[in-house]
Every structure is written in C-alpha cells, then in structure tokens.
Design a binder for this molecule. Structure first.
Ligand SMILES: [Fe+2]
Length: 287
C-alpha cells in the first residue's frame, strides 16, 4: 500500500490523506505507516470526527506496545478519561471544568510547553505518540516539533566527537519544576524515578543517528553540572533553529503521530484560563 502524503516541512513531517485509523488497520496499512514514520518522523492524520478513546487505543496497539499508567496519580487528579492507556493532556479537571490558574495539576501540564520527548524519564522509552484533538483553542496551542536526526547530522564534527559516549539522566520532576510546578510529594517523586540514556543513539528502525535530549535531562554522567547545563543549552539552541522547527495547526479530529526517538516537541502557549484544549495521547513504548 502506498500512502498519499504531503510534506509539511522541507526536512520532515507529512500529512497523510485518505487514511482512516478506524479502517486502515491491516498489516499492510500499518507497515506502510511505519515506513512513512521512519522517513518523516512526524505524521498528521486528519479525521472528520475525533477517534473514540477505544479506537484511539486500538490503533496505538497496532503500532506497538501501549504504555499504561503505572504510577500513583498526582494528588487530586480526577479521571476525566477513564483509560489507563490515555494520557489526558487537556486543561480540564475530572468534572470537565478548566483548572484554576493556581492548580498544581495545571502547573505540571504547563511544563509540556517546554521542549521534550515523551517518557525519556523511563528506561523503556516512548516510541510513537499519537495525539488526538477533541477540542482546539481558537488561538495558540499548536504542537511544535524539531527533527533531531537532521540536527545531529548538521552538528560540527568536533561536537559529534564531544558527545560520543555521553549519558544523560532524564527526570520527570526536573522538567515539572523547570516549568514552574511545585515540589512533588515524596510519593510522587518515588513514582517516577529517573532513567539514563545516551545523548546520541541510533534509531532502531531507520538507522539514523539522533540527538536525544529533552527538558527532562537533569545531568550528564561524569560532567560537572555547570558544564552539562552549558552543553545542553548549546545543543538546545542548535535544535530549535527555525530551519528544524515545524508548528502543526490543529483541527478537531486530527491525530498527530510523532516519533519520540527522532524528534522533540512541545505544546505552544494558549490562554488556558479562557479556552479549552482537549488533547488525548496514546503512547507506544519500547519493549
Ligand atoms: Fe509531550
């Protein structure tokens, strides 16, 4: 099967037309989609109406093992979306109301506006994220991505040499605090311990080299913190040059799939006290 694609950015990211995640579920469809994802890393799949939670989870499971919530809830979190396979990325509480400005749960969600890659703080990392748009704000709230394969390819040889063998520690709470969230409780902190990953990895299916950084990175093994901070800032600045960044303009019903092992992303600002943004994520993970 050949998918109809329209490239969205000169380096990566495509929109697929005529693909319905409710119907295009054969082995050949999935293989074709994975091929597109390996080449373009980010893939938008529009639908007339949003997938149901069950359809969303079901399609994710065709791509790979789906991550489930395993940690205790952040204190006070209501289950608006009653599925352990769905990460509720909305600004709504368990009753469907917009979180008040000072709410701790909203503060943690706002940290998703920092550049990151999903679940890098886990030892078995996220592979593909499938984000489904149920309600979009009228302004802001795009999802921005950057192609970390192209970023690595373009690094000066001296920098590539410097990065060789370096291992970073990724910690969920580091980015929550960086994003302005409050100190987690000891129980919350223990629920998501840090994980270590190479700063550069070879993508498991495309074979391309990737710079693997995120706002979750707290330290680099064997490097003084000041030096690590400077190095990470330098890499981040390189990765966020406009030539690598693409902002996806959402419509209700769209599903955006990105490869976490090849890209970074973030949600852009929007008025989360005025507008609802209801995005739900199913995440595939490494074995
Ligand atoms: Fe994310």
């Amino acid at each position: 099967m050949t998918l109809q694609t329209e490239q969205l950015h000169p380096l990566y990211a495509v929109k697929i037309s005529g693909f319905d995640m409710r119907q295009n579920t054969s082995l050949a469809d999935i293989a074709a989609l994975k091929e597109v994802l390996d080449e373009y890393a980010v893939c938008a799949v529009p639908h007339e109406v949003p997938l149901t939670n069950e359809e969303h989870i079901g399609f994710g499971a065709l791509l790979g093992p789906v991550a489930r919530k395993t940690m205790p809830k952040i204190t006070g979190t209501g289950a608006r979306v009653p599925h352990n396979e769905i990460v509720d990325q909305s600004n709504l509480d368990g009753d469907g109301n917009i979180y008040p400005d000072q709410d701790k749960r909203l503060a943690y969600k706002r940290a998703n506006r920092l550049w990151h890659t999903d679940m890098s703080y886990r030892s078995n990392r996220a592979t593909w994220s499938l984000l489904s748009a149920h309600v979009c704000p009228p302004e802001g709230g795009e999802t921005e991505t950057t192609d970390m394969r192209a970023v690595y390819d373009d690094l000066p040889e001296k920098m590539k040499g410097r990065l060789e063998g370096l291992v970073a520690e990724h910690c969920y709470w580091h980015s929550r605090l960086l994003g302005g969230g409050p100190e987690p409780t000891p129980e919350e902190r223990a629920s998501r311990p840090p994980a270590q990953h190479s700063l550069v990895h070879i993508h498991p299916t495309s074979g391309r080299k990737v710079l693997y950084i995120a706002s979750h990175v707290r330290s680099i093994a064997g490097m003084p913190d000041d030096e690590a901070k400077d190095l990470l800032e330098e890499l981040r600045a390189i990765a966020l040059q406009p030539k690598y960044v693409y902002a996806y303009p959402w419509n209700v019903g769209d599903v955006l799939i990105w490869d976490n092992l090849a890209t970074m992303h973030r949600g852009t600002d929007f008025d989360d006290q005025k507008y609802v943004r209801d995005m739900r994520r199913v995440t595939c993970r490494e074995q």
